[in-house]
Design a protein around this ligand. Structure first.
Ligand code: PLP
Length: 385
């Protein structure tokens, strides 16, 4: 049985009834398109699993490997990757916790952590909070990994002789690039030659659009001492149902085994139940969302062409995020603040994404086509007026 496009099921009135940050950060006259939340009802298997758990009163402490097992099965089926070893995983509260704690294990205060910019802003804040120094390796003009820049950043990161890490965003937020196996193999080679530990954020992994392929970093040759952090949260809209999985490569497990016990206490029982159901039984729903996202991405490209042809955008091959180059609009370094003020539409400002963020804004296209049209209409009105 085919599943109707979940992105077309909810009205703006339904969505405004939500209490998440997307719908409550701004006053009701603002149309939000800034954060990575999807405007969808939940997949039926998720609703059923959580409802059944609540009915059973199954809200005690989480136990077992069901989430990691479901993820390993999903990875095998979707990505043809059979190397996710449940015995080398740890449940954590969310992806940022997993990344931060793993970097904490393999580096020391004062260590350098390389990120490829522009990139998800909390990479900067969370690393700084734990006393790590962030070093940028800007992406190329085409938004893809620039191996020369990465090599230079690795060299700088290990210059003092201490441990260093690379926080890889795979696929890349905000530009929606799915790194290829060839690119990732080159990253692994570079990391090995400099002794830099790679920690791969794979939260957007299930969201690859037609023609693109997601490559799990741990499936790449030379990634044995790396980590990946995965979650069902983006693909099934479960960010508030806290849970994520840290996976260690074969020679990284000894490090993961040193993780303080408290870190493994963060995932919520209902979150684990929701994420597990999504991975096990939510494949059909995900496929319906992916088809809808492909339509939306193309719709957004058309709307921008028609109403704001000066905005440059390389349509995303992964994620439901669009990284818009607004420099030709002459709205300054932070176009999102002008669009918000004049157009009452909320995009994410590009500046916190690091080098390459000025003059850019990130839009979330995981919504209905009607809302997406209105987002662009409000942007165009802001530019006109
Ligand atoms: C690349 C990336 N990493 C991490 C997160 C946050 O994940 P979590 O809420 O599981 O910490 C996001 C959220 O959008 C993201 O885009």
């Amino acid at each position: 049985m085919s599943i109707a496009n979940p992105l077309e099921e909810l009205t703006l009135a339904d969505l405004r009834g939500r209490t998440s940050v997307k719908w409550r950060l701004h006053p009701p006259d603002v149309l939000p398109a800034f954060i990575a939340e999807m405007d969808v009802p939940l997949a039926e298997p998720v609703v059923r699993a959580v409802t059944d758990a609540v009915r059973r009163g199954d809200t005690g402490y989480a136990f077992g490997d069901a989430y990691a097992e479901a993820l390993a099965a999903f990875a095998s089926q979707r990505w043809g990757w059979d190397g996710l070893d449940v015995g080398r995983t740890l449940m954590v509260a969310d992806v940022m916790t997993g990344l931060t704690e793993v970097v904490g294990l393999v580096t020391a205060p004062g260590s350098r952590v390389v990120v490829s910019t522009p990139v998800y802003p909390p990479f900067f804040d969370f690393m700084a909070k734990t006393g790590r120094e962030v070093r940028e390796a800007p992406l190329g003009e085409d938004g893809r990994l620039d191996l020369d820049a990465l090599g230079a950043a690795f060299e700088d990161a290990v210059a003092g002789g201490g441990p260093a890490a690379y926080l890889l965003c795979n696929p890349q937020n905000p530009a929606g690039v799915a790194h290829t196996r060839t690119e990732l193999a080159a990253v692994a080679e570079l990391a090995r030659s400099y002794g830099v530990r790679v920690v791969s954020d794979e939260i957007h992994a299930p969201i690859v659009l037609d023609g693109a392929t997601f490559t799990p970093y741990l499936s790449v040759d030379g990634s044995d001492d790396a980590f990946a952090v995965l979650s069902a949260s983006k693909a099934w809209n479960l960010a508030g149902a806290k849970a994520a999985v840290v996976a260690a490569g074969p020679s990284a497990y000894a490090d993961l085994a040193r993780m303080p016990e408290v870190v493994g206490h963060g995932a919520s029982q209902l979150g684990l139940i929701a994420h597990t159901a999504a991975l096990r039984e939510g494949g059909g729903w995900l496929d319906a969302v992916l088809r809808g996202l492909e339509e939306n991405r193309d719709h957004l490209a058309k709307e921008l062409d028609a109403r704001l042809p000066a905005v440059r955008w390389v349509p995303s091959e992964a994620t439901y995020l669009g990284w818009l180059d607004c420099r030709a609009l002459d709205l300054g370094d932070d176009p999102a603040s002008v669009l918000l003020e004049r157009g009452r539409v909320a995009l994410s400002g590009g500046l916190p994404y690091g080098t390459g963020g000025a003059g850019h804004a990130r839009v979330t296209f995981a919504t209905s086509r009607a809302i997406l049209s209105e987002v662009v209409e409000r942007m165009a009105a802001a530019v006109a007026g």
